[in-house]
Design a protein around this ligand. Structure first.
Ligand code: ADP
Ligand code: MG
Length: 311
């Protein structure tokens, strides 16, 4: 039995330079479904996770523009909306692709809540830019009126920053495990999952975002996957990334990659969490953490491309 968690990056649904129309996202989803079906066809049991950066940004912008007509929803709800919208497109595309190939497997998207610690230090130090860009004047008004934390984005303009707490557990973990054991293909923990805290034995959504790669490592642990396959828009994690002496990392042992991680080779918020996800996955019993290009997923499983982290 080969059980695999596949984490889809932003390029699975949006290519560079696209505006994000429905037809663009759907045609990307259909293309992605082919790569997923190639893997499923080889007999892997697959669990799918995905990011949601551009989509959640668009929903927050819609909330902002329409706020005088339609009451805006909080960030945990926006995240749930992206799980549905992205889940739907991948679910339907994959169902169609599997039927076409005569593969008799069912696909379902699960609204997933991810538990974070309410004392997580991230809540004292929000770092993650989300949503639309505002002028300084608008930003100061939002700080006063909504109590948001707003900071100048290095790319220009002011933006809201929210905490990115560490994922600790998945509320629906037993359902996820059962469905995978029964042979269903599930799409779960979309956008890193809806962040919730537990207070007096009650779950409550919080305005934060969870990194999808770290959430995927948690999914891998829960379903006892052998492999965590993180698909993105580069073929390898690099040492000295962006410098003349940059070198791709191929097969690398846990201890070695931990050392590179400590040395700061992987940018926080992009490659950093992918590496950390692989490290955590291996430490809780996973056999391989792979970071590879979306289009090379099958090659990566044969270990012919990609950065492959092993115990
Ligand atoms: P995804 O949507 O797949 O999570 P990200 O943009 O978050 O994509 O992460 C992939 C990006 O990480 C690459 O496009 C690259 O620009 C950046 N990156 C940062 N550090 C490294 C590194 N050391 N090696 C390779 N890519 C890196
Ligand atoms: Mg990312």
């Amino acid at each position: 039995m080969k059980r695999l968690v596949i984490a889809l990056g932003g390029n699975a649904l949006l290519q560079k330079g696209q505006r994000g129309t429905y037809s663009e996202q759907l045609s990307n989803a259909r293309r992605t479904a082919k790569f997923l079906a190639d893997v499923i066809e080889k007999g892997y049991e697959v669990v799918i996770t995905h990011g949601n950066g551009p989509q959640v940004g668009a929903i927050m912008l819609q909330n902002e523009i329409a706020k005088n007509e339609v009451p805006p929803m909080p960030l945990d709800v926006a995240n749930a909306e992206t799980q549905a919208l992205i889940g739907y497109m991948i679910q339907q595309s994959l169902q169609n692709e599997l039927r076409k190939r005569g593969i008799n497997k069912e696909v379902v998207t699960l609204i997933t809540q991810v538990l974070v610690n309410k004392d997580d230090e991230a809540f004292q130090n929000p770092t993650k830019f989300v949503g639309p860009y505002y002028t300084e004047e608008e930003a100061k008004k939002l700080i006063r009126e909504k109590g948001w934390v707003m900071k100048p984005d290095p790319r220009g303009g002011w933006r809201r920053v929210v905490p990115s707490p560490d994922p600790k557990d998945i509320v629906e973990k037993n359902i996820i495990r059962d469905l995978v054991d029964q042979g269903f293909i599930i799409i779960t923990a979309g956008g890193g999952g809806i962040p919730v805290i537990k207070e007096n034995d009650t779950y409550k959504g919080v305005e934060a975002v969870i990194d999808k790669d770290l959430a995927s490592a948690l999914v891998g642990k829960i379903v006892r996957a052998d492999t965590l396959l993180i698909l993105t828009d580069v073929e390898y994690a690099m040492l000295n990334f962006g410098k003349p002496n940059q070198t791709p990392l191929k097969k690398v042992k846990l201890e070695e990659i931990e050392e590179y991680y400590r040395q700061g080779h992987f940018s926080p918020g992009s490659m950093g969490p992918k590496i950390l996800a692989c490290i955590r996955f291996i430490k809780c019993g996973g056999k391989r953490g792979i970071i590879a290009h979306l289009e090379k997923s099958s090659l990566a499983l044969r270990e012919e491309t990609g950065t492959i982290v092993v115990p």
